[in-house]
Design a protein around this ligand. Structure first.
Ligand code: AAO
Length: 496
């Protein structure tokens, strides 16, 4: 279903990529809960192959060995404790569910819970799956067994994605094993799933699996008969045979054009300008907002995997990144997901990053904890974009303006924009090479407001800029292009 089952007043999720369960539990209690985040997408919790060449890449998590809940993020009791504590803090947990495939087709050995497997024999005894549970030459039409042509939906669904052993979800046995795994997670209190590689499964097979799922657990605070949230990862840039809309019946679909196009707009490439995003979303040919998930970057395209290309914005271009996040969180389109990354050294050769495999901060393969400095930023290599004041304050902004429409659009025909959300919030962005200086309608009641980009409201004062809305609802704005963050955001809860 499309509803994320957030607790009241919360409207965004964050992907805590590769975090350990013990750290996520702490983060729910000390930061996400108090700051109005609705949920966390967590890395795959099921047992995966241990890859040593390259050494423990992030992508080993995308090679399942079994559905035992043991990975470098933690074990089953840690996972269970995390879900319980996050729910108690008002924060939901969404599991990245890898149900399209198992490991790469030539690996063997033991997984992260010690379960043995042998891909060349199509054998995963800890599930168990055997040779007849996978697609093969009778169902996949290519000689190589891999997807060769994305314009052929049969290849995309029945052949191997990058050599990953492709489960046959047409079989009831396979459907049941997958549903059992997801139901176990529902029993532990998760609120839904990001379904990996959905494009590579038939929508009807997916539906058959989802139909087997239990209602969410009332014990963990969900309303009676609530259904698990579903967001299907389908990369659809509009140029292939398979479209995301085929999957709307099952749940939301990732809208990859959102971050890709916005990257071009903020970088001012391909003749794009901020003034063009007045009708961003459906007006730009994207999915209906109530069926899609919007994000600026994800764990794939921040390192050149997946789709989106070189214009994707990430923490590496922090100034533009914060502006794009602010726009997304202020704009009334789709369900929004914020990325939270770890740092790695890039090694660019011929346009691609030779270090795109590097796993989370670790010592000998053991993931390092997320440490928190007194100023609220993170250590040990964790970027924690979601803790950047400009981003977390806009997560709050989105909660405050929920239910209002976009009004008072203003632009300078180039790269300066402003708009209101009803009488609840107002955002102005200057992405020009010169100052913004104008009197603009905000729709807000007259008074003094704390700009939540440059500071926080603390008691009745503001640690950043104070913005005055005059009796007629307008502001006299001047935003220099050389400011650290050339934008201003005010909302009803930041009135002084
Ligand atoms: C690893 C190794 C491989 C090895 C394999 C098996 O890297 O060399 O063969 O193990 O041993 C992640 C990593 C993979 C990794 C895998 C398993 O990214 O490198 O493979 O774990 O460890 C497609 C899928 C999409 C997928 C994306 C990466 O459709 O579902 O590839 N994303 C998810 C996860 C991802 C994960 C997996 C799936 C697998 O988020 O982290 O992989 O569980 C086109 C298609 C897209 C396709 C891309 C890339 O996109 O449309 O569907 O995504 O190609 O293959 C322009 C085009 C655009 C095109 C794009 C890229 O933008 O307009 O359409 O270029 O060409």
């Amino acid at each position: 279903q499309w509803d994320p089952n957030f607790s009241t007043g919360r409207h965004s999720m964050v992907h805590l990529f590769e975090w350990k369960w013990v750290d996520i539990a702490l983060e729910c209690e000390r930061f996400l809960g108090p700051n109005g985040f609705g949920g966390v997408q967590v890395s795959p919790p099921n047992e995966n192959a241990i890859i040593t060449s390259p050494f423990r890449p992030w992508w080993e998590r995308y090679q399942p060995v079994s559905y035992h809940l043991v990975t470098r993020s933690g074990n089953e009791s840690e996972f269970t404790d995390m879900v319980r504590r996050c729910n108690a803090a008002g924060v939901r947990i969404y599991v990245d569910a890898i149900i399209n495939h198992m490991t790469g087709n030539s690996v063997q050995g033991a997984g992260t819970d010690g379960s043995s497997f042998d891909a060349s024999a199509k054998s995963y005894p800890a599930v168990p799956y055997g040779p007849t549970d996978f697609n093969d030459a009778t169902t996949c039409p290519t000689q190589s067994g891999s997807i060769e042509d994305y314009q052929d939906p049969i290849q995309v669904r029945n052949c191997q994605l990058s050599g990953l052993l492709d489960l046959n979800q047409g079989k009831d046995y396979v459907r049941q094993k997958l549903a059992d795994y997801l139901n176990k997670l529902i029993g532990l209190g998760v609120a839904g799933f990001r379904i990996d590689a959905s494009k590579h499964m038939w929508p009807a097979d997916m539906k058959a699996i989802l139909d087997k799922l239990d209602n969410l657990s009332v014990q963990h605070g969900f309303t009676a008969n609530a259904r698990p949230f579903v967001v299907q990862e389908v990369i659809d840039l509009g140029n292939e045979a398979i479209t995301g809309s085929e999957y709307f019946g099952n749940g939301r679909v990732t809208e990859f054009r959102y971050g890709m196009n916005l990257g071009e707009v903020f970088r001012k490439v391909n003749n794009q300008k901020l003034s063009f995003i007045k009708n961003y979303g459906e007006g730009w040919g994207m999915y209906a907002g109530n069926t899609s998930l919007a994000f600026i970057d994800n764990h794939d395209n921040q390192r050149g995997h997946g789709a989106g290309g070189a214009n994707i914005l990430t923490f590496r271009v922090a100034k533009l990144y914060k502006m794009a996040q602010a726009f997304m969180l202020a704009w009334p389109y789709a369900l929004t997901r914020v990325m939270s990354s770890y740092y790695w050294d890039q090694n660019m050769e011929g346009g691609s990053d030779k270090n795109d495999w590097i796993g989370p901060p670790n010592q000998d393969g053991n993931t390092l904890p997320v440490t928190i400095f007194p100023n609220g930023t993170c250590g040990n290599g964790w970027m924690c974009e979601h803790r950047w004041r400009q981003i977390s304050n806009m997560v709050k902004f989105r909660n405050v303006v929920e239910g209002t429409t976009m009004t008072n659009w203003w632009d300078n025909t180039e790269n300066q924009i402003a708009f209101s959300r009803g009488n609840k919030g107002f955002l102005a962005i200057n992405n020009e090479d010169r100052a913004l200086s104008a009197t603009i309608a905000t729709g807000l009641p007259a008074g003094q407001y704390c700009d939540v980009i440059s500071g926080n409201k603390e008691g009745s004062s503001c640690t950043g800029k104070t913005i005055t809305v005059s009796a007629d609802g307008s502001v006299n704005l001047s935003i220099s292009n050389t400011e650290e963050d050339p934008m201003v955001a005010i909302h009803a809860d930041a009135k002084l």
